[in-house]
Design a protein around this ligand. Sequence first.
Ligand code: NAD
Length: 323
Amino acid sequence: MSKPLAVIAIDLPAGLLEDLRRSVHPLVTGGDPAAVAEALPRAEGILCSALFPLPATVLQTAPNLRVISNFGVGYNNVDLAAATARGIAVCNTPGVLSGAVADLTMALVLAIARRLFANATYARGGWARREPPPPLGWDLAGKVLGIVGFGRIGQAVAQRARAFGMEVVYHDLVSAPVEGLEACVPLPLDELLERADVVSLHVNLDPSTHHLIGARELERMKPTAWLINTSRGQVVDQAALTAALREGRIAGAALDVLDPEPPAPDEPLLALENVIVLPHIGSATVETRAAMRDLAVRNLVAVLTGRTPPSCVNPAVLAARTR
Ligand code: NAD
């Protein structure tokens, strides 16, 4: 029997590719957009980064598609309604990356508190010239961390922040107490913004969270507060954030995600001193990326071989197939 055909739009290590080839025939491997577009009309499955756009117009070019296996937990790159209507399973890699993203978030909280980047820059120039050092940092203990989106990553951030003695408040659509995190206090968004010394965003991107943080919300934050975004760039109204930062209405922002990515060379945020920008490295550790690749391959192969994938965001599609 011939093997199902798939587009593998990320680089896989040789061993994993070997495993995959036992049950799937890769039409393309690697992320060359032209090669992917050419192969898509024949593909029954695609494994791609969560940054690879799959709107309805692209899905229309792939009449045989049965599964989209996203290398990432966010799947806002896929038109989920169009995929579901077509019976295409959409899979993702939740959980395996929560620790890495939470570690990065905590690294940013610490960097902000201890003015790490300003001090590192100072040590390479101003220090030798005996210029005055950057202002003092502040202790984390007793400061309030406001977590917006208390899901897997938000909770992993809360665990770390509590270990540093921070008070944690959070806002989510659901506010059932979480085991081990009973000390974290659910709040309406406005109240969280007013209380937090650091606001950290961990919602998934969907129409309800698009520009969740805009001019009105930034206005509610303390002038001394920082905003951290490791979720998706579009959760923040970037023009409003730029204005708030320029006018000193909040103290600063640390952003692992931007809108768009990569940013234009003249993106104004890149020129502001009270902004830390990272190139979307939330999950970028050796161990986490390996676990994500492994889960994404298992999702792809499972659907293409008629088995239940470990993580599917529209499982009704799979149930309908077995009826
Ligand atoms: P999750 O689904 O476990 O958590 C998201 C939480 O947001 C849920 O608890 C949900 O109820 C809440 N939420 C949704 N809409 C909301 C709204 N309008 N108001 C308040 N809360 C709302 O997802 P997760 O695994 O924690 O991942 C969160 C997001 O982090 C992903 O969707 C992805 O976009 C992003 N992410 C970024 C990186 C990176 O490299 N920077 C890596 C992984 C994930």
